[in-house]
Structure formats: structure tokens, C-alpha cells
Ligand binder design. Structure first.
Ligand code: NDP
Ligand code: HSE
Length: 433
């Protein structure tokens, strides 16, 4: 073997970064591997993007087939995104016995079993470090560095766009839409930003992490996912006043007493002392707990061109070393199979503390009625705030609860919503201790 030959499909935000690092560190990689890594071909529908990139001797075209049909190429990097064309591309590359590197979390979370089974059948590997946490080595840490542990809990801020939006809304009081536009301009957001703000992107990433720590396949479509679109400026202000900050969290809890995994994405109030509360802007963090190691925190930029390209390049070096060492499937992924599906706990079975913001008429007996319904569901109130200075027609009442069952909270809210003193939908945010 004289070189590792790479074909890149998709030279947009992340692909552009990959081209830059391969060019900049070419000599370093050659020294490390004692073989050159050659970027042989690049395909992107937007050929004009390639003009400003240091493509060296790579043959550039608009057609991904040019990459797939080149028999000299050992490794295909898929950075087009989406699950339609990307799925076909990845399957075809694997069937042509090429190793594949992807940053496409949607593809892995939704079509993981089909893709990993195809890789196994064709005796090649699929690498996906950039799919979770941008520049942070999350996959490598879980699969290799922490392999001696039963990882039983993960709490994570795993979407850069949402964290950027919530941070800017909190610190600068900026409106949601303005900050979302900035996140798009910075290259953080998905092509369809609804995936970010609706929680789907965090859901894809948490599904991948849950599959890795459970040794089975965690189906994305069974995860309870709530995004940040319902979080108002008012909630952010009340949270600050109470000593909390609001973050979009991915949560995995493995309980040894039952076999069901609690996997979910939801906005959460974190006390300002919480280790994740100060993770701001586009930064992500993954707080893991293993039975041997205890707590581990990974922290870094979760999106953007160069941080994500950094993770793709770590896969390029990994696959190159595995090919050179003749150990092409160093880490099997056979657990990622539809015959090995993990049962998830229903959201109704969890317990939590809750922030409840009721919008009510300011009249006698309202607080008493709310607390009576909560009491009937065995929900104990930890604190209550009602402010002066609003119109009699509509005042916010904030209640923080002690630990309560989700089922009880939902039943109580449903009963309270039917009363005539409620003026708008009640806001419920879980509090993570
Ligand atoms: P971009 O949209 O910036 O780049 C994708 C490029 O691929 C575009 O130029 C696009 O052209 C091109 N393309 C699309 N379809 C084809 C095709 N059929 N043939 C050839 N080229 C095609 O996306 P990103 O770089 O931001 O994201 C790429 C992947 O990385 C996604 O899976 C994303 O989820 C993931 N990711 C992104 C991160 C980020 O911070 N941006 C972080 C972590 C992961 P056109 O615009 O014409 O469609
Ligand atoms: N849109 C994603 C984010 C990109 O904002 O985190 C990184 O996966």
C-alpha cells in the first residue's frame, strides 16, 4: 500500500474544514503514518465552494458517483447531511467495500441498524466521531477510554445552536429569532434548523450515546423529545431570579433495578451552581457517570466548521491506522441491530422536580385551587411566587415543586387547565439537580 486514498462528498461547512486540515497537516500525518493520506476526489453540487479551498491535487466534480466509482479510493467521507441521498451514498460506498466516515447523526440514529449491518456484511467500518458533540471526542471516550465502566448516567448539553440561543437570550435579552439567525450565519445550525430548536438533533445524538452505553440499539423514534421553542423571555427571567439557568439537556439514566432506560431531551432548569450551568454559547458538555471512574466531564465546541472537522480528521487517522495495521474492523458495531432493541422508559414513569408557570386571573381562591389539585396528586410545593404590577386579568404564578411523578404533574395540569381562571397554557420545565 502506497497511500490512503480518500474521497470526500460534501464540501460545505464541515467538508471545507476537513479539506483545510488535510492540507495543513499533510506532512505531519505522513510522518505519523509513514504513508501519505491523499485526498483523491471531492464532490459537491456547489462546485464554486471548492475554488476557495486548498484542494491540492484532488479531482473535483459535482457528482458523488465520481467518488464512489473510483476503485483506488479506500475511504469515503460523507458530509452532505440529510437522510435520503446520504443514506444511499453510505450504503453504496459500504457495498463497494469502502470504509465510511460521517458526521451525520440523523443517519446513524434513524438508520443505524441497516447501515452497520451493511458495513459488517461487507467487512468494512463506519466511523462517526463528529456525529456527537462536534469537536469533543465523545464516541472515542465512551468506546475506548471509558470501556472499563458501566456508564449509568449521562447529562449533556449537546446542541450548539440551542445553547447559543439560550445563552444570548439570557445574557443579552435578545429575541429568539435574531439569535437563531446568528447561529445559522456561524454555520452551527442544521440545514433545517427545526431539527436544532425542536430537539431532534439532540435526540439523534442522545440516541447514539444511549446505544453505545447500553450495548443495544436505542430507537430514535421512541425517545421523548421536547425542544426550546416554548421557552419564553419570562421563563428565563424567572429562572434567573430563582437562581437557575435554562438549558436544553439530553438525559440518559440507567437504573439497575429495572431494565428500562430513561432517555430524553428536554429544556431543564439547572441551579447556577450545577457544573453544566456555566456551559455557554456554542459550547457543549457531556457529564458522564461510570461505576469505576465516577464523574467525567467533556467540554468543547459542539458545532462549527473547524471543531467538527477536527473530529472527522480523528476518524481519518483512526481508519488509516486500522487499514495499515490490517485490523480494519477494530471495534465491532454488531450490537447496533434491530434484533437488539433496548426498551425505553415511558416519560410518565419518571420523577423530577418541576417549575410551573401558571397564567391566571388575579382573584380569590386561585392559589388555593391550584395547590388543592397539586395536593390531590401528591405533589408537594417547594416555593411560590406571585408578583404585583400585572393586570388583574393575567398574572404569572410560579410554583417550584419537590420531587413528583410526571404522571401526577400531567394529571394535575390537565385538571387545572380546565378551570376558568387559567388564561394561557401552563409552562412546565423539569428541574435537574
Ligand atoms: P452544508 O450544508 O454546509 O454542506 C453540505 C454540502 O453538501 C453542501 O455544499 C451541499 O450542496 C452538498 N451536497 C448536498 N447534496 C449533495 C449531493 N447529492 N452531491 C454532492 N454534494 C451535495 O452542511 P454541513 O457541513 O453543516 O453539515 C454536513 C454534515 O455534518 C451534516 O450531516 C450535519 O448534521 C453534520 N454536522 C454539522 C455540524 C456543523 O457544525 N455544521 C456539526 C456536526 C455535524 P447544496 O447546498 O447545494 O445542497
Ligand atoms: N446543528 C448542530 C448543533 C451541529 O447546533 O449542535 C452539531 O452537531
Amino acid at each position: 500500500m502506497e497511500e490512503i486514498s480518500i474521497g470526500l462528498v460534501g464540501a460545505g461547512t464541515v467538508g471545507g474544514g476537513v479539506v483545510k486540515i488535510l492540507h495543513k497537516r499533510k506532512d505531519f500525518f505522513r510522518k505519523k503514518l509513514k504513508l501519505p493520506i491523499k485526498l483523491a476526489r471531492i464532490a459537491d453540487k456547489q462546485l464554486s465552494l471548492l475554488q476557495d479551498l486548498p484542494t491540492d491535487d484532488a479531482i473535483c466534480s459535482a457528482d458523488a458517483q465520481d467518488v464512489l466509482q473510483d476503485e483506488s479510493i479506500n475511504v469515503v467521507i460523507e458530509l452532505v447531511g440529510g437522510t435520503t441521498f446520504a443514506r444511499k451514498l453510505v450504503i453504496e460506498a459500504l457495498e463497494r467495500k469502502k470504509h465510511v466516515i460521517t458526521a451525520n447523526k440523523a443517519l446513524i440514529a434513524e438508520y443505524g441498524p441497516e447501515i452497520f449491518e451493511c458495513a459488517e456484511k461487507n467487512n468494512v467500518s463506519l466511523y462517526f466521531e463528529a456525529a456527537v458533540g462536534g469537536g469533543m471526542p465523545v464516541i472515542k471516550s465512551i468506546r475506548e477510554g471509558l470501556v472499563g465502566n458501566d456508564i449509568f448516567s449521562i447529562k449533556t448539553i449537546i446542541n450548539g445552536t440551542c445553547n447559543y440561543i439560550l445563552t444570548r437570550m439570557t445574557t443579552e435579552g435578545l429575541p429568539f429569532d435574531t439569535v437563531l439567525k446568528q447561529a445559522q450565519q456561524n454555520g452551527y445550525a442544521e440545514a433545517d434548523p427545526a431539527l436544532d430548536i425542536g430537539g431532534g438533533d439532540s435526540g439523534h445524538k442522545i440516541a447514539i450515546m444511549a446505544s453505545l452505553i447500553s450495548g443495544g440499539y436505542v430507537p430514535f423514534n421512541q425517545i421523548n423529545i421536547e425542544g426550546i421553542t416554548s421557552i419564553s423571555k419570562e421563563d428565563i427571567e424567572f429562572a434567573c431570579e430563582l437562581g437557575y439557568t435554562i438549558k436544553l439537556l439530553g438525559i440518559i439514566n440507567k437504573n439497575s433495578e429495572d431494565n428500562e432506560l430513561d432517555v430524553r431531551v428536554n429544556p431543564a432548569m439547572l441551579h447556577t451552581d450545577h457544573i453544566l450551568a456555566s456551559v455557554s454559547d456554542v459550547y457543549n458538555a457531556v457529564l458522564l457517570q461510570g461505576d469505576a471512574v465516577g464523574q467525567i466531564l467533556l467540554y468543547g465546541k459542539g458545532a462549527g466548521q473547524m471543531p467538527t472537522a477536527s473530529a472527522v480528521i480523528s476518524d481519518v487517522l483512526d481508519v488509516s491506522r486500522n487499514i495499515i495495521g490490517g485490523n480494519e474492523i477494530r471495534i465491532p458495531t454488531d450490537h447496533y441491530s434491530s434484533s437488539n432493541m433496548i426498551d425505553l422508559k415511558s416519560i410518565n414513569e419518571i420523577t423530577s422536580r418541576y417549575y410551573l408557570r401558571f397564567t391566571v386571573k388575579d382573584k380569590p381562591y386561585v392559589l388555593a385551587s391550584i395547590s388543592s389539585v397539586l395536593g390531590k396528586q401528591n405533589i408537594s410545593i417547594a416555593s411560590v411566587i406571585q408578583k404585583e404590577g400585572y393586570s388583574d386579568n393575567s398574572v404569572p404564578v410560579i410554583i417550584l415543586t419537590h420531587q413528583a411523578s410526571e404522571k401526577g404533574i400531567r394529571a394535575a395540569l390537565s385538571e387545572i387547565e380546565k378551570t376558568d381562571f387559567i388564561k394561557a397554557k401552563t409552562q412546565m420545565i423539569r428541574i435537574e439537580d
